[in-house]
Design a protein. Structure first.
Length: 191
């Protein structure tokens, strides 16, 4: 059975060495400014001690050496993997069958990013709703205010409830549709 070239790269390289080779300079705690968002005033992306993965504690992004190079150079995962193989003189064979492995690799990254986004959005909505309910306990609206809030407020609360249900327990497709709706576009699935 043919080995997964992405896993072979992970096993054959140290992520921190890859990062330094491509120009990143981690501090003593292995942090750098995040490559997934900018500006980053304080380093928030850390190369984990296992030397296989990185994680940003600000935006939630994570990945391995291939994902790092793909993001740095805005290239596909397969192109990034081939670049690492050449630059680090690794004996890893790439052939056309690796396309299916690359598609799976990219799909896993998208799904994990979607999970991070939906968990963060759910927490944000939950906090806003809790704060709103606390506010209502101390605020006593007049009859006129209640009437003016009326159906528009009920519709907004129902929509928020629908979105929270999608974020908490729906299918990946439903979460992706909600993500696209909230981002205001039809096809961008990147953070």
């Amino acid at each position: 059975m043919k080995k997964d070239p992405f896993n072979e790269i992970r096993e054959s390289t140290k992520l921190i060495a890859v990062a330094e080779y491509y120009g990143l300079q981690p501090n003593r705690q292995r942090f750098v400014n995040c490559i997934h968002h900018s500006p980053d005033n304080h380093p928030s992306m850390q190369f984990l001690k296992n030397d296989k993965y990185y994680r940003c504690y600000s935006c939630g992004a994570w990945g391995d050496a291939t994902a790092l190079v793909a993001k740095l150079y805005d290239i596909s995962a397969i192109a990034a993997a081939k670049r690492i193989v050449i630059d680090f003189n690794l004996n890893i064979d790439f052939s056309d069958d690796d396309y299916s492995i690359a598609v799976r690799y990219e799909s896993e990254k998208v799904l994990n990013g979607l999970k991070v986004w939906s968990d963060r959005k759910y927490s944000e909505y939950e906090k806003n709703l809790t704060d709103f309910l606390e506010y209502l306990k101390t605020y006593e609206p007049t009859e006129e205010e209640l009437e003016s809030w009326g159906s528009a407020s009920v519709a907004k609360i129902n929509e928020l409830s629908r979105q929270m249900n999608v974020l908490k327990g729906s299918s990946v497709r439903a979460k992706l549709e909600l993500y696209r709706q909230l981002r205001g576009d039809g096809n961008d699935t990147r953070r």
